[in-house]
Design a protein around this ligand. Structure first.
Ligand SMILES: Nc1ncnc2c1ncn2[C@@H]1O[C@H](COP(=O)(O)OP(=O)(O)OP(=O)(O)O)[C@@H](O)[C@H]1O
Length: 315
C-alpha cells in the first residue's frame, strides 16, 4: 500500500491502542493550494472512511438489536484496515453502512469526505463479498465488465479494461469461460477484478476468502497485497482469521460484541504492505503481531460471557 508503516524490526509485540474516541490511520501527505494573497494552505486529504460515534440499531419483531454503538474509526487513503471480532459483533453491519447498503442510526459517516450515498454514486468504492456473486450466464470477461456496462462505458473501452484486469489477476486465458468452469479461488479473483473495474479508491471486502482452502487463501492474500499496491486503493477487510488480518493490514481493528464497538486497534509493524511476501509468515514479528491481536480479542471479549469469542480463528 502507499501508506508508510514502520519497517520490520526486532521482535517487540506491537502495542495495541485502546479504543478511544479517535482511531486514526497513519498520516498521509497533505495537498497544498494557494489561497488569495499567494499564501500556501495545507488541506489534509479526505480520509477514505471517517466514522464519528456511529451506531446502528435494528428494530425487529422480537425487539431492538444494537449492532453498533459509538464507533469511531478513520481509515486513511491507501491504508489497509481489517475488522476482526466475534460473530455478531457488527463487522458486516459497519461495512454495509460504509457501502450505503444501510444507514447509521446515529453518528456521522463519510467516505472521502462525502456521504456514503454520494461516494457510491461517484463510484469511489468497489465491493467483494464471500460469495463471489458472479452472474452465471455471463462470461468471465463480461462479469468483470459489468459495472462499466451499467455506467455506460463503451464496448471497446470495456473490453480493454476487462482484459487489463484479467491480466492483473492472472486469468487472461479464462476470459471466455463461464463462472461454473472456474475454481472457487478463480471465481473470487474474478470478483476482485470486477470490484477494481472502476478504479475505486476504496475496496470493501467481507470475508472474500472465507470459503477457500487454506493454500488458495494464502495465495489470494499475497495477490491482494500486490493488487492493492498497484491500485493504491484503501481497503476495509472483514475477516475471522487473525493471521489473515495481520498479513494484509496496516492496522487491525478489534471489535467486541453486545453492543458492537471497537475495543482495540493493533498497528501491524511489519514490512510495508506492498512488500509483504510469503516469507513473512515465518517471521518472528508476524507471530508477535498475531499474538497481539489474539490478546486484544480475548481482552475485548472478556466480560461478554462464555462463547463471546466464537467465530474467530484464534490459532
Ligand atoms: N437486518 C438486520 N435486522 C436485524 N438484526 C440484524 C440485521 N443485520 C444484522 N443484525 C444483527 O446485528 C448484529 C451484528 O450483525 P453482523 O452481521 O454485522 O455481525 P458480524 O460481526 O458481521 O457477524 P459474523 O462474523 O457472524 O458475520 C447481530 O446481532 C445481527 O443479528
Amino acid at each position: 500500500m502507499s501508506v508508510p508503516v514502520p519497517m520490520t524490526g526486532p521482535t517487540t509485540s506491537p502495542a495495541t491502542s485502546p479504543a478511544t474516541s479517535s482511531v486514526t490511520g497513519p498520516a498521509t501527505s497533505t495537498a497544498t493550494s494557494t489561497a488569495a494573497g499567494g499564501a500556501h494552505v495545507s488541506t489534509p486529504p479526505a480520509a477514505a472512511v471517517h466514522a464519528v460515534g456511529v451506531g446502528k440499531v435494528f428494530t425487529t419483531r422480537a425487539g431492538t438489536v444494537t449492532a453498533l454503538q459509538d464507533v469511531h474509526l478513520t481509515v486513511a487513503a491507501g491504508e489497509f484496515v481489517s475488522l476482526i471480532g466475534p460473530s455478531g459483533c457488527g463487522k458486516s453491519t459497519l461495512l454495509r453502512l460504509v457501502a450505503d447498503l444501510d444507514t447509521p442510526s446515529s453518528g456521522e459517516l463519510t467516505v472521502f469526505g462525502k456521504s456514503p450515498r454520494v461516494a457510491r454514486e461517484a463510484q469511489d468504492y468497489g465491493i467483494a463479498f464471500q460469495q463471489a456473486g458472479l452472474l452465471p450466464w455471463r462470461t468471465v470477461a463480461a462479469n468483470v465488465a459489468l459495472p462499466l456496462e451499467l455506467h455506460g462505458v463503451g464496448r471497446r473501452e470495456r473490453a480493454a479494461r476487462a482484459a487489463e484486469l484479467l491480466a492483473l489477476v492472472g486469468l487472461t486465458d479464462f476470459a471466455a469461460h463461464f463462472p461454473h468452469q472456474l475454481s472457487g479461488g478463480m471465481q473470487q479473483r474474478v470478483a476482485i477484478a470486477r470490484a477494481l473495474a472502476e478504479r475505486p479508491s476504496l475496496l470493501l471486502m467481507d470475508e472474500p476468502f472465507g470459503a477457500l482452502d487454506e493454500m488458495t487463501r494464502e495465495r489470494m492474500q499475497t495477490e491482494l497485497v500486490r493488487l492493492c499496491a498497484e491500485s493504491g486503493a484503501a481497503v476495509v477487510f472483514v475477516t475471522h482469521s487473525i493471521p489473515e488480518a495481520v498479513f494484509l493490514s496496516d492496522r487491525v481493528v478489534v471489535m467486541s460484541p453486545r453492543p458492537g464497538r471497537i475495543s482495540a486497534v493493533v498497528p501491524v509493524a511489519l514490512a510495508a504492505t506492498d512488500s509483504r511476501t510469503e516469507d513473512l509468515r515465518e517471521d518472528r514479528a508476524f507471530f508477535d503481531a498475531v499474538t497481539a491481536v489474539r490478546e486484544a480479542l480475548h481482552a475485548g471479549s472478556r466480560g461478554a460471557g462464555p462463547g463471546s469469542a466464537r467465530g474467530v480463528d484464534l490459532r
